[in-house]
Design a protein around this ligand. Sequence first.
Ligand SMILES: NC(=O)c1ccc[n+]([C@@H]2O[C@H](COP(=O)([O-])OP(=O)(O)OC[C@H]3O[C@@H](n4cnc5c(N)ncnc54)[C@H](OP(=O)(O)O)[C@@H]3O)[C@@H](O)[C@H]2O)c1
Length: 302
Amino acid sequence: MKEWNRREVIAAASALGMLPAGALGMEKRMLSKPIPADGEQLPVIGLGTYSVFDVESTPADIGKRRKIVESLVESGGSVIDTSPMYNRSEKVIGDVIDAGVDRKDLFLATKVWTDGRAAGAAQMQRSADLMNTEVIDLMQVHNLRDTARHMKTIRDWQDEGRIRYNGLTHYTASAYAALMGEMKTHKPQFIQINYSLGELEAEDRVLPMAKDMGIAVLINRPFQSGRLFGKVKGHSLPEWATDYADSWGQFFLKFIISHPAVTCVIPATSKAHHMIDNLGAGFSPLPNAAMRKRMTAFFANL
Ligand SMILES: NC(=O)c1ccc[n+]([C@@H]2O[C@H](COP(=O)([O-])OP(=O)(O)OC[C@H]3O[C@@H](n4cnc5c(N)ncnc54)[C@H](OP(=O)(O)O)[C@@H]3O)[C@@H](O)[C@H]2O)c1
């Protein structure tokens, strides 16, 4: 006898008129996790902008990015991550807000990436101006550059209500030792690091440390900048994974957000249909510890 997976059960129920059309993609609200600093809930799927939002402010290009952001918001997501290092991306976010996306629906995370107090403050102000916002939700020190100086400015701005949360970011395991040192010194409210089925090193020390210290964790490079899709090219999703995921993108993202220390993942995309696919990972069920082991072993053996 055939065992039915979640998707098949919902699709069959929908076909019989037992569920509203489209129920497949909107069974419930997107999952969220609390920011340990104050308990505010953050939806688990966000959006990265590196390279994919670095475009001219033409109506066609802004229209495409607006669709991506609207999909994010319609599914209950809110987090958008950017940086002054990503060239035109901050401005494009501002343009998308100008074009009609409600700023209040977004959790805007950017970074400071320069040396010196005055240059850091000027860059943070420029980010706010470009993104068309008075308050930046999360300001992160990019790649630990001049951390102590910028954390002081960020905290001052938090006291003035111009920034809501502070954080530190990096994108490679070779920086974890330095990152953990800065976590001990500065006790940030967020860290942002790389973690994926292709890069598991964060599991050893950084993620447990963030959990112990009550630090929220954003995950960058969830697809290893797209490389994970190359690894599974020509392979179908294994049958045992179809209860959790309808695509490889969802398989990769659900692995990440099911880690207990992870708060939100920020996959980058230039395509609305990829955004919709990625958002599909933000819904129950999530893999348990045994399933996560199975996913890891499967991927390692490809
Ligand atoms: N703090 C740091 O130092 C740091 C470093 C790196 C990244 N980040 C942040 O993390 C974000 C994510 O990392 P990333 O940009 O390196 O890459 P990523 O999210 O790991 O991968 C993005 C790539 O995956 C493709 N993709 C996305 N969704 C897909 C789907 N459902 N199916 C098939 N392909 C899909 C995208 O192509 P399409 O455009 O075709 O969808 C793009 O080429 C960045 O944008 C940035 O915000 C931070």
